[in-house]
Design a protein around this ligand. Structure first.
Ligand SMILES: Cc1cc2nc3c(=O)[nH]c(=O)nc-3n(C[C@H](O)[C@H](O)[C@H](O)COP(=O)(O)OP(=O)(O)OC[C@H]3O[C@@H](n4cnc5c(N)ncnc54)[C@H](O)[C@@H]3O)c2cc1C
Length: 405
């Protein structure tokens, strides 16, 4: 019997994984790439180190890191999850290490190691590559796919679309024309600009465990917060930007955020803590003795904002100012006016609607023999290796399924 031919659109992480697993099972596989290079994002990812995945071994925990696609990915991860990623790279002689925050990198700290592993696996399995071929149309005729560029066309029995995300709807036109619904692209993973807030002058300060909330929503996240030249950043802010992406987009990135600088304490507990300190150290100056292990510049700023006089001692601090200090510690309000792309790892939310794709196979529910994998789908993860994990898992499943049916 003739081998089936499978076309894979896009030479990124998902495209390579899909191609390798499809070819490993005996299909004739061709990757079609619009640029002259493969794996461009893998090369630059994680600051050149490639944050391959995250040490989140339980599927229920792992899937919680996807603001869009949590339920879908839960099903996909039953087929291929973090341990499978680690084993696959190990089988290609690539050892991964886990950093304190759970991010996993190659022990070489060099994304080239990951690129080499993918390229050699594709080569060994006979995957063909066609560069400078920008797909602008797909048709299915008499059971075969015709994949068109401006001046050429190719035929395949099955097709796996791994063309990545796009900040513009136009980037999805060739998929839309097949009848597939596309969730409008919106940015995810960004930091908040606070151009008119005095907090900016504290740039460089990091608070290891704060809680940031979007006013008017139930969205709040805990974690490190950094004050930058532009506004506020850090894992808590990035997580909030990802889970609040649609809401923030609607608000045109103009809204208030509330910061609780001591994330673990209630308003009353903060007040109690201040009162205890006042009783135990009545002669100490308020401004120059930071509490809750907060950075001294931040503490001074909070005191100043609470109208605490520079030389006042705790004994003489009026109740009114204690309450203001509690308020600023518990719910510090900053005006967000715009956003800045997080340079380390940016992704676009939006893409192929998930209700039109089977999470057990990655096959389109509309067109038999058509599969999707990677960021082209309306799936995105928070920062920390979750986006590549989604590319590996969906790529694996699409590649395996395309060759099985
Ligand atoms: C700077 C940066 C750093 C990142 N770092 C990390 C990280 O450390 N960890 C992590 O988990 N995630 C990271 N990400 C996110 C991660 O890179 C993506 O989620 C992942 O690359 C998606 O893989 P993909 O194969 O779906 O898409 P892509 O990698 O975008 O690949 C899609 C490919 O399809 C091609 N293509 C598009 N349209 C067509 C067409 N019409 N015809 C032919 N070819 C086409 C593109 O040229 C591209 O090569 C980072 C992203 C960026 C931008």
């Amino acid at each position: 019997m003739d081998k089936i031919s499978i076309g894979v659109i896009g030479a990124g992480a998902a495209g390579y994984f899909a191609a390798i697993f499809a070819a490993q099972n005996g299909a004739l596989v061709t990757i079609i790439e619009k640029t002259s290079k493969s794996l461009s994002k893998v090369k630059i990812s994680g600051g050149g180190r490639c944050n391959v995945t995250h040490a989140a071994y339980e599927i229920s925990n792992l899937s919680k890191n996807y603001p869009r696609g949590e339920k879908f990915m839960k099903k996909v991860f039953r087929h291929f999850a973090v341990k499978d990623t680690i084993s696959w790279f190990e089988s290609r002689m690539v050892e991964l290490k886990t950093e304190q925050d759970g991010r996993m990198f190659p022990v070489t700290d060099n994304s080239r190691t990951i690129v080499d592993a993918l390229e050699s696996a594709a080569l060994i399995n006979g995957v063909k590559l066609i560069f400078n071929y920008s797909v602008n149309g797909i048709q299915k005729e008499e059971g075969r796919f015709i994949v068109r560029s401006k001046d050429r066309h190719l035929f395949f029995d099955k097709l796996i679309v791994c063309s990545g995300g796009s900040p513009k709807m136009d980037g999805f036109n060739f998929i839309k024309n097949l009848g597939h619904g596309i969730a409008a692209p919106i940015p995810s993973l960004f930091t908040f600009n606070t151009p008119n807030e005095p907090i900016k002058k504290l740039m460089g300060i990091a608070v290891p465990d704060a809680l940031v909330k979007l006013e008017g929503t139930k969205l709040s996240y805990r974690g490190p917060v950094l004050i930058t030249h532009w506004g506020i950043s850090g894992p808590a802010v990035l997580k909030l930007s990802a889970f609040g992406a649609a809401w923030l987009h609607e608000k045109k990135y103009n809204t208030n955020a509330h910061i609780r600088w001591v994330s673990t304490l209630s308003e009353n507990e903060i007040l109690e803590h201040l009162s205890d300190f006042r009783n135990n150290h009545p002669k100490k100056k308020v401004v120059t003795n930071p509490l809750f292990s907060l950075p001294s510049r931040l503490w001074e700023h909070l005191a100043e904002k609470s109208e605490v006089e520079r030389d006042i001692i705790w004994l003489n601090l009026p109740k009114k100012h204690i309450h203001k200090l509690v308020q600023n510690l518990f719910c510090y309000i900053v005006r967000i006016e715009g956003k800045t792309t997080f340079k380390e790892e940016f992704v676009t939310a939006g893409g192929v609607e998930l209700d039109q794709v089977n999470p057990e196979t990655m096959e389109s529910k509309l067109i038999e023999g058509l599969f999707f994998a990677g960021e082209v789908l309306n799936i995105d993860g928070i920062t920390g290796g979750f986006n590549f994990q989604a590319a590996w898992s969906t790529g694996y499943l699409a590649g395996m399924s395309a060759n099985q049916q």
